[in-house]
Design a protein around this ligand. Structure first.
Ligand SMILES: [Fe+2]
Ligand SMILES: [Fe+2]
Length: 277
């Protein structure tokens, strides 16, 4: 295969009780049905909030199972709980092995690697980082073994949380530590990735679209497929809109297309919280 077409969706946040988000997912599904990429990756927060509403995960599974193309999944903090950080408040629902196991039994592997069009694609569970869970160490060991045999192929990394705001050494701040891969796991991850030809880091989580390059590595923040967060709740970093990202990979190069599926609507989080309370 000389070209590989990949669609990234993220932060679908599906729940039976929130039909506006289901509507946005259906618009996404119709778009995907028309485009028929080789693969869809959901980069996490598939469920609106599985730690408090476990059925959300099953509901998200049923909707994704109806997509007409192969899918791969990564967990988000609203699927398996969140990372502990050294500077921020303790998350209300820290990531646990039990929640990870529920994700595995519902969606399959939480980390994976495959090759297509001369590229090596790696997906990681970013929520177990800094937890000290055995699965954190196991994933790092697995990653080291995978990175050891890329055979010079360019690497595209997918994970829920962005690695950083602007640069690997950005200081962790209490107000935003929960937004990025936490220290010191970030430093370890960045060092490991330094051994390969990393070209792309694709993430979700922030619910803002962003696309920038640092040290010749492109960082793409996929927007949420479901909802945006008002400025009074969250600072503006990129573009606050719902949508998706399409990629075309060919040996040694790739293209990125930022778009919104026809009919997708910028639902606001506050309207959802009003509807669900
Ligand atoms: Fe999210
Ligand atoms: Fe998230």
């Amino acid at each position: 295969m000389s070209e590989f077409r990949l669609t990234q969706i993220s932060d679908t946040h599906l729940a039976r009780r929130l039909p506006d988000l289901t509507d946005n997912f259906h618009r996404l599904s119709e778009h995907i049905d028309g485009r028929r990429p080789d693969l869809v990756i959901n980069s996490g927060d598939l469920a609106f909030d599985a730690p408090t509403s476990p059925d959300d995960l099953e509901f998200a599974r049923s909707l994704h199972a109806a997509l007409p193309v192969p899918c791969r999944y990564l967990p988000g903090n609203h699927d398996v709980g969140d990372n502990p950080t050294s500077v921020g408040p303790v998350p209300p629902h820290p990531a646990t092995e039990a929640a990870r196991q529920t994700f595995l039994s519902t969606f399959g592997e939480d980390h994976w690697r495959f090759e297509a069009a001369g590229w090596c694609f790696v997906g990681l569970n970013s929520l177990i980082m800094n937890t000290g869970l055995p699965s954190e160490a196991e994933q790092f060991d697995w990653l080291a073994s995978q990175l050891a045999n890329t055979n010079g192929r360019p690497v595209a990394l997918f994970l829920h949380k962005p690695l950083f705001l602007n640069a690997p050494g950005d200081p962790e701040l209490a107000a935003s530590a929960i937004r990025y891969v936490p220290m010191p796991a970030r430093t370890r991850l960045v060092e490991m990735l330094g051994s390969v030809d990393l070209r792309l880091v694709a993430s979700g989580h922030v619910h803002q679209r962003r696309d920038f390059t640092h040290s010749r590595i492109r960082h793409v923040w996929a927007p949420s497929a479901g909802f945006v967060i008002a400025d009074q709740r969250q600072e503006v970093i990129g573009i606050k809109e719902v949508g998706l990202v399409e990629y075309r990979f060919q040996p040694d190069c790739f293209e990125v297309l930022h778009l919104r599926a026809p009919g997708q609507v910028d639902v606001d989080l506050d309207s959802l919280l009003g509807a669900s309370s």
